[in-house]
Design a protein around this ligand. Structure first.
Ligand SMILES: Cc1cc2nc3c(=O)[nH]c(=O)nc-3n(C[C@H](O)[C@H](O)[C@H](O)COP(=O)(O)O)c2cc1C
Length: 148
């Protein structure tokens, strides 16, 4: 059975909502999917045993991109970690009225690629209430499942 691990940070609950919807879809596609809030995650989680790692983190900056505060604590621990080709993808809810719409997705993708990760799908950026975007979320999860 293929395994996925979702690590997410959330302040108002939107990223958690997306994480749960992705889990449901991956499980339905035959995956065993773990979901972990970033406060309970460690850098050791990045190196397996999952087949794909999904990171969920909203942006909370203004003029510049800032990661959700719990995720920002995790991000600083990533320096020096090696992903050795491990599969990953990034998702976030956001608000397109900000200068850097879901800028956290681009920032994390860049970081994960610099650590040797392999991006399996373009980042998922959800504008506004995730419950209005279920089709986009499930479609993204299905695309990832089909690529592994
Ligand atoms: C102070 C503040 C700054 C924000 N900055 C951004 C931003 O730069 N880009 C963006 O797309 N959304 C931004 N947002 C919107 C949040 O990322 C969005 O509400 C998201 O759904 C929150 O996710 P969460 O509920 O998981 O915490 C900002 C929200 C606040 C309150």
């Amino acid at each position: 059975m293929k395994k996925a691990l979702i690590i997410y940070g959330t302040t108002t609950g939107n990223t958690e909502m997306i994480a749960e919807a992705i889990k449901q879809e991956l499980d339905a596609a035959g995956f065993e999917t773990g979901v972990r809030e970033v406060t309970a995650a460690s850098v050791e989680d990045l190196s397996g045993p999952q087949d794909v790692l999904l990171l969920g983190c909203p942006a909370y900056g203004d003029d510049e991109v800032e990661l959700q505060e719990d995720f920002a604590d995790f991000y600083v621990k990533l320096d020096g970690c090696e992903l050795d080709g491990a599969n990953f993808a990034v998702f976030a809810p956001g608000d397109s009225s900000y200068t850097h719409f879901c800028g956290s997705v681009d920032m994390l993708e860049e970081k994960m690629e610099s650590m040797g990760g392999h991006k399996v799908a373009a980042g998922l950026k959800i504008d506004g209430d995730p419950s209005d975007e279920n089709a986009a979320i499930t479609g993204w999860a299905r695309e990832i499942a089909s690529r592994l």
